[in-house]
Design a binder for this molecule. Structure first.
Ligand SMILES: [Zn+2]
Length: 282
């Protein structure tokens, strides 16, 4: 039996964060008629069972923030998913959701965190039963869940199709990997990334008050990112563009070899390029 021990927490009415053992966070937003699941994690254990037996019995849509394996790794356990067109081709991904890749990442995070988790890599990370059907997610698309509406914001940068969502009832922005304290952005898309984050920043206090990203390593489980993170991210990207950025070398949190990497730092945020990685491709 694949583990059902995924921790979850209702941090605001009808808003759940599921902790995929420090690998990723999955969010579930429950309305009066429907629910929305944001991301599918790395695909450790039986996420679907936890959603359907512990969190909601309502019909739901699965929305993927972007096409990295720690967010689409469980997609094949669902029938169909929504993803932006720019991230919808999974035939040649830099970080593909292969079985070896998903196990590699789970071991990397478990090693980094130095914890014991309620899953077994071999038993609880298994092949997808099928490829999910993909629906194309649009900027501005609204999911009406009954009593609450969730709006999609295309926020390219981390990936070309990265999307964030805002829930109008809780006034919470779920930012995927678009906003984070360790922001990974390819160098040639800084302008696009800054514009995407500025658009979200402009909606602060209007459409949302709190920001959650899809990992909780720089915030408490169920707790929002600090208020400074999004403005700091924008300022950091600006400083890279205008040549005033302050750079320093830090340990690469995604290196299994203890490698160092160069980051630009501004306040609470560090920005670095998406480095070449040793992610197993098959
Ligand atoms: Zn990512």
């Amino acid at each position: 039996m694949r583990t059902r021990a995924l921790p979850y927490y209702e941090f605001s009415e009808g808003m759940f964060e599921i902790d995929e053992f420090d690998c990723a966070s999955v969010f579930v937003i429950v309305g009066e008629e429907r629910a929305l699941v944001l991301d599918t994690g790395t695909g450790i254990g039986n996420l679907r069972w936890v959603i359907e037996h512990k969190i909601t019995d309502k019909p739901y849509d699965v929305v993927l923030t972007h096409n990295h394996a720690d967010h689409i790794g469980g997609a094949g356990f669902f029938d169909d998913v929504w993803i932006h067109g720019e991230d919808a081709d999974w035939s040649d991904l830099p970080v593909p959701p292969t079985l070896t890749g998903r196990k590699f990442y789970a071991k990397l995070i478990a090693g980094r965190e130095n914890k014991n988790y309620a899953y077994d890599v071999e038993r609880d990370i298994v092949e997808w039963p099928k490829e999910p059907v993909k629906h194309i997610l649009q900027d501005g698309q609204v999911f009406d869940l009954g009593g609450r509406k969730v709006t999609v914001y295309h926020c390219p940068g981390h990936t070309a199709g990265e999307c964030a969502v805002i829930d109008d009832k809780s006034r919470i922005l779920l930012a995927g990997d678009a906003c984070n304290r360790n922001l990974l952005i390819p160098e040639d898309v800084m302008e696009e990334a800054r514009k995407g984050l500025e658009r979200l920043l402009d909606l602060k206090g209007i459409a949302y008050d709190l920001v959650y990203n899809s990992h909780h390593d720089f915030r408490g489980f169920g707790s929002p990112l600090g208020d400074a993170v999004l403005p700091d991210a924008v300022a950091c990207l600006k400083s890279i563009q205008d040549g005033t950025a302050v750079y320093k070398k830090v340990p690469d949190a995604l290196s299994s070899e203890g490698a160092m990497k160069m980051v630009a730092e501004y306040g609470s945020v560090q920005v670095s390029g998406l480095s070449d990685n040793d992610w197993p491709k098959d």
